[in-house]
Design a protein around this ligand. Structure first.
Ligand SMILES: Nc1ncnc2c1ncn2[C@@H]1O[C@H](COP(=O)(O)OP(=O)(O)OP(=O)(O)O)[C@@H](O)[C@H]1O
Ligand SMILES: [Mg+2]
Length: 425
């Protein structure tokens, strides 16, 4: 029989899995109208409406519960989704809903927030066509899950996770870290990873992997309406068993003004088809780059330890935190630390100012990085003893929520339970 620890483990895994699935499901461009009875519920719905997963939706929150909804929709068309709060008991609530049903358009879905954990009520609500019943006090994640369950296509393929990399300043190694971590992810997870870069046309993604594509991301970005799984397949360049890149030839024949919608379409197709998408963003601040950062599941901000990086990183991280109240804060990587003769801000002071502990502090190592760049290889491939090679693997595990290498190896050891017990004596 399973013991308590196993059950807990299974529960945690299930919760993690649920969270991962939820994370991967942004809500489409729907309109949602909410009618709350109390401030606590309105506050939670406000938080939900500001979440990145609802970025494309239109959310309106009003007070007054079902009665207000009945009055409102008597003269107005109903939206894609109505969220109603009612603290009434079964019969009174059902009577209100019947009244509302008279003015509800056929395509409208309804979620009810109730105050009674009543199975009979739940069944009757479902019979009347209510899509979901949640009991107050509600949590943001619970509401987002309910919405996402209603508006994601049934039977859709599991969508991919995305990680966006951006530097606090230009030239401080954000792309190098992105490529090495993406490569490490594909090696560790043995699952498809695609690295997409948006440094048109100066990026080094092709060079770093010793590839010179003839076509690439530009084809997708300039004709997003043509992009589908088949075209994506043709544009991807395979670098190793599980790693592909979506890059562009480094030529200046055309100018590149990227549109938000085109970028979004490219990412959407990748997410629908590939489990892990790693996005290499240039150090620019435009509508499309902001959108791509805010929409990613995880974000890595790379900085060098100087004042300009500190100021930029603080602004960027504060903005990200403001927009993503229900997500992890971004991961901070300090790079090129210990450059000879350069005055630097200490790691401790940097972390304190930004209020994030760095997930990795990578030393300035021109020999390893220079050799890898010139060979078109990853650090691990040119010098697997370099400290940064191990750091890239740790980052890859962190970003994909895997166990650390130490946890992994202790799990696999037959002697570990025995050694653990000996250690306790
Ligand atoms: N820790 C390091 N030690 C030594 N050199 C490094 C280190 N990290 C990156 N580099 C080198 O710094 C240079 C710039 O790196 P990279 O192109 O990755 O920066 P970036 O932040 O992406 O720049 P851009 O603003 O152009 O996008 C490269 O030559 C790279 O090899
Ligand atoms: Mg770059």
């Amino acid at each position: 029989m399973a013991d308590a620890a196993e059950i807990k483990n299974a529960e945690e895994q299930e919760a993690h899995q649920k969270n991962q699935e939820l994370k991967a499901r942004p809500i489409p461009r729907i309109t949602i109208q909410c009618f709350c009875e109390n401030e606590a519920s309105a506050g939670v719905l406000q938080t939900v409406s500001e979440d990145r997963r609802l970025m494309k939706t239109h959310v309106n929150i009003q007070s007054g519960g079902i009665e207000a909804a009945i009055a409102y929709f008597a003269n107005s068309p109903t939206p894609n989704l109505i969220i109603l709060e009612s603290s009434k008991t079964r019969d009174a609530m059902l009577a209100d809903l019947d009244k509302l049903a008279e003015s509800c358009d056929p395509g409208t879905k309804v979620i009810v927030i109730g105050h009674y954990n009543d199975v009979l009520l739940y069944r009757e609500l479902l019979e009347r066509g209510v899509s979901e019943y949640v009991v107050a006090p509600i949590e943001p994640v619970q509401v987002m899950e309910a919405i996402s369950n209603l508006f994601s296509e049934p039977g859709a393929k599991p969508v991919g996770q995305s990680v966006a990399f951006i530097g606090a300043k230009g030239g401080i190694g954000s792309s190098t870290i992105c490529h090495n971590v993406g490569w490490a992810m594909s090696e560790i997870l043995k699952s498809e990873v695609v690295i997409t870069h948006f440094h048109l046309p100066f990026g080094t993604l092709g060079l770093d992997f010793n590839q010179d594509p003839i076509r690439g991301i530009a084809d997708a970005l300039f004709a997003p309406e043509r992009l589908d799984e088949v075209l994506l397949d043709r544009l991807l360049v395979k670098c190793s068993e599980h790693l592909s890149i979506l890059t562009s030839p480094g030529t200046l024949e055309r100018e590149y003004d990227l549109g938000e919608d085109a970028c979004e379409k490219v990412l959407e197709i990748i997410r629908m088809n590939i489990p892990y998408s790693v996005i290499d963003l240039p150090h620019v601040w435009t509508k499309w780059s902001k959108m791509m950062i805010l929409q990613a599941d995880e974000i890595v901000v790379t900085c060098a330890p100087d004042l300009a990086n500190l100021r930029n990183a603080k602004n960027l991280i504060d903005l990200i935190r403001g927009y993503r109240k229900n997500d992890n804060p971004p991961y901070l990587v300090l790079n090129q630390v210990g450059m000879p003769k350069r005055p630097e801000i200490s790691v401790k002071d940097f972390a304190e100012a930004i209020e994030i502990e760095p997930s990795a502090v990578i030393q300035f190592d021109p020999e390893s990085f220079g050799m890898a760049a010139n060979n078109g290889q990853m650090i691990e491939e040119t010098n697997n003893k370099a400290k940064s090679a191990a750091q890239f693997k740790e980052l890859a595990r962190m970003l994909t929520h895997q166990n650390t290498e130490a946890e992994e190896s202790s799990k696999g050891s037959l002697l570990s339970p025995l050694l653990g017990r000996l250690g306790k004596k």
